[in-house]
Design a protein around this ligand. Structure first.
Ligand code: GLN
Ligand code: ZN
Length: 754
């Protein structure tokens, strides 16, 4: 076999987001299922041919999905909750999309983040008496479809243990108890694939890089023994990614599979232990090209590591670290990018080419691919030294960081009085999280401005009018701490990234977030600094319209980091500290301009937690430090707010406390204030705004409901700790919902005061 090149999965949305368009047209009722299926088949065909032409020897099938591959697995195994009214048999589009997105009268499945990526999957939902039955032939059909096009593929299935562990039992029980019932369905699919001629199947078990219980490890042993026995004719490539096997390595190596894929980008250190302990006949697939990030690889450096492995083992597969789902499709489309920056990047297409160069070099020697290696060497050298990346002033500032920079001058108890003296807020002060509705008019003005149809001055006038209207409305309705409304912001990260040095933005580099939703994360390629104030003028304008305090509104360094493609030539923490200094400068400029209340949102702090618990503290230490660098330069009397849009704090409450914000607003409306237990148990000293308005729903809450929630909050917190606010920003809502909801919220606060 020698060296071959494999891919583990390719972006599904298409180079021009064709799948998004096809899905949304179908959902709107403007096209039929056949048209949607036709587009999907076209995308699959192009994807297979493209990977093949780029030099991939092993190309996957069944990595495509109309919405999500875990949803596909729920459908494949018949794990379809009763509320969808499915009676068995093939699952049609209506049921499938009801599970994905909800339908009149039925809620969608829960969605959550896929490991530590920004992709979201639909959480499998199991009944206590769940039975499984093969209910979709998608995996088999797509294998056959490729074969008809003359392409032999390696079908992909999410593995049974990962599938169960990612799911939830409706009664809170342990999904692993369902394994014996689930395995026959897997065996059935595998035998059908074997009958059609598939020799290998890629079976993804990424939970093997997470902390596993003994029971979960035992489940692996049982599952793979059973599958190998049931379908002796097929070879399984057990595929792991997003980290090191670590303490699960012995389990992984003990399984009766024919191949093992390991992630050598996230966990290069596992190569040696795997080589040492793997059976000689185990086919190793080495994930050497980063499937999670957009950087061009240093091919010569990789060859230095790979050549000895090749000499020792002869048969190896080279692959991306994980599915290429997480990177954009093709750099070639990005015509307007700075050519220097473009020279440092590789998207899905380019990454397959890199693998093919590596394979040729191993097979035929480096001379055979000299041109490609030279180009890679030049790119690597340019990245090491380029002035667009390396800013000595930024590096010097970071080197001179002192503990005092990450500490407010006084503790919270001392800051509290000066803040209250200057702000003169009532008990149960009311505020909102920052954004007001991004109406069709706001979007249109932004789009017109971007296209040159609306002048800079015209756009500015429009934004001022929107801001003024929002400020006057807040003033009239009686909110205590006002916001300007964020009408000028396209996105809470992009808006800042576009004004910072070291960031690049793409036009076409979309990646799937979930279903038809795609994002274009900023690319942080160089040292970050802030050439000039970013938000001060908007804050000044808004404050000029009211006597009440206007909050300055910023996105925090950890959130900017976690929602971007981050450079890989220095630790993430270092990049985060650079962003933190840029935000610190902005905070100080806001304060200088007169802001006495500044909110620094850290929506993505929790989601950046590493997959392994043992790594949590290190992450929390530097991310909290970054927040504190950003927030600690101000006077005692300046009140620092932060906001986090989630409702699970138990694990990280000490870190939240260590952020030392004066006020934190969180999402609590749906959880009925349960999460406040974490704050109460920890004796969180500072002020808290537990959300009383679920902004994810169009429903307008009543005064009584909000009073009831606040009364619950009162059982966990002191009265003088409690703020009254919605769960999150209001950008996705309509004014017709926001106006009555916020009026009711103000009334609820008034009721609490009397
Ligand atoms: N200030 C932002 C807003 O109101 C916060 C959004 C968020 O945390 N997701 O939209
Ligand atoms: Zn939020």
């Amino acid at each position: 076999m020698g060296v071959s090149v494999a891919t583990l999965g390719f972006p599904r949305i298409g180079p021009r987001r064709e799948l998004k368009t096809a899905l949304e047209t179908y959902w709107s009722g403007a096209s039929d299922p056949e048209t949607l299926s036709g587009t999907a088949a076209g995308l699959r065909e192009n994807t297979w041919l493209c990977q093949h032409d780029l030099g991939a020897d092993i190309v996957p099938s069944n990595d495509f999905s109309l919405y999500d591959h875990i949803l596909d697995t729920s459908v494949m195994t018949g794990a379809i909750p009763a509320r969808y009214g499915w009676k068995g048999g093939p699952v049609d589009h209506t049921t499938y999309f009801a599970m994905a997105r909800g339908a009149p009268g039925v809620t969608a499945g829960e969605m959550t983040k896929w490991f530590d990526t920004n992709y979201h999957y639909l959480v499998p939902e199991f009944a206590p008496d769940q039975s499984f039955a093969l209910s979709s032939t998608k995996a088999v059909d797509e294998y056959r479809e490729a074969k008809r096009l003359g392409i032999e593929t390696r079908p992909v299935l999410p593995g049974p243990v990962t599938f169960l562990l990612l799911g939830k039992m409706q009664n809170g029980g342990d999904p692993l108890t369902l394994l014996p019932r689930l395995l026959p369905v897997y065996a059935d699919v595998l035998s059908q694939l074997a009958e059609l001629g598939a020799s290998w199947v890629q079976i993804d078990e990424p939970v093997l890089v997470t902390d596993l219980s003994d029971a979960a490890r035992a489940a692996f042993t049982d599952a793979y023994a059973a599958l190998t026995k049931a379908v002796p004719g097929i070879r399984l490539m057990l595929t792991t990614y997003f980290g090191a096997l670590g303490d699960n390595l012995p389990t992984a190596l003990s399984l009766p599979v024919h191949g093992l894929h390991i992630d050598l980008v996230r966990a290069p250190e596992q190569l040696a232990p795997v080589l040492e302990a793997a059976r000689p006949d185990l086919v190793l697939s080495l994930g050497v090209i980063d499937g999670r990030n957009v950087w061009r690889a240093d091919l010569s450096a990789l060859l230095d590591r790979l050549e000895p492995v090749f000499l020792a083992r002869r048969d190896i597969i080279l692959a991306p670290s994980c599915s290429l789902l997480h990177v954009p499709v093709d750099l070639e489309r990005e015509r307007d990018l700075d050519p220097d920056v473009a020279g440092w990047l590789a998207f899905a297409v380019q990454k397959i080419t890199e693998l093919s160069v590596l394979a040729t070099a191993l097979r035929d020697g480096r001379e055979a691919v000299k041109t490609a290696l030279d180009a890679s060497d030049r790119a690597a050298a340019s990245r090491r030294a380029h002035e667009k990346i390396h800013d000595q002033t930024v590096k010097a500032r970071l080197a001179a960081i002192t503990p005092a920079m990450a500490r407010r001058s006084s503790p919270f108890e001392k800051r509290r009085q000066p803040q209250h003296d200057s702000l003169k807020l009532p008990l149960f002060p009311t505020t909102t999280i920052g954004s007001f509705p991004q109406t069709p008019e706001v979007r249109k003005a932004r789009a017109d401005h971007a296209r040159g149809l609306l002048s800079d001055a015209g756009y500015e006038d429009f934004l001022k009018a929107e801001t003024a209207r929002a400020v006057r409305w807040q003033d009239n309705i009686g909110l205590d701490a006002l916001v300007h409304g964020e009408f000028e912001r396209n996105d809470m990260v992009q808006y800042f990234g576009e004004q910072l040095s070291g960031f690049a933005f793409t036009k076409h580099a979309w990646v799937q977030s979930y279903g038809s939703r795609c994002v274009r994360p900023p690319i942080i390629f160089g040292d970050v600094s802030r050439p000039k104030p970013m938000t001060v003028a908007w804050w000044q304008y808004a404050q000029s319209l009211t006597k009440r305090p206007m909050k300055g509104m910023l996105t925090g360094p950890v959130t900017i980091l976690n929602w971007s493609f981050v450079r890989d030539d220095q630790p993430r923490s270092e990049t985060c500290f650079q962003i933190a200094f840029a935000i610190r400068d902005e905070v100080l400029d806001l304060e200088k301009a007169g802001a006495s209340m500044i909110q620094i949102d850290e929506a993505a702090l929790r989601e950046g937690l590493p997959l392994r618990r043992a790594d949590w503290q290190t992450y929390l230490d530097w991310s909290v430090t970054a927040f504190r660098i950003a927030s600690s330069g101000v006077q005692d009397a300046t009140q620092i707010h932060t906001h986090m849009c989630y409702s699970e704090f138990n694990d990280i409450i000490a870190a939240i406390g260590a952020m030392d914000a004066d006020v934190i607003s969180i999402e609590t409306a749906r959880s009925k204030m349960e999460l406040l237990d974490a704050f109460a148990g920890y004796q969180y000293p500072a002020e808290i705004g537990p959300g009383v308005y679920d902004i994810h729903s169009p429903r307008v809450p009543t005064v009584d409901e909000m009073v009831a929630l606040l009364n619950t909050a009162r059982t966990r917190l002191r009265d003088d700790q409690i703020w009254v606010n919605p769960d999150c920003g209001l950008k996705t809502r309509k004014w017709a919902e926001v106006e009555p909801a916020i009026a009711a919220m103000v009334a609820a606060a008034n009721a609490m005061r009397t």
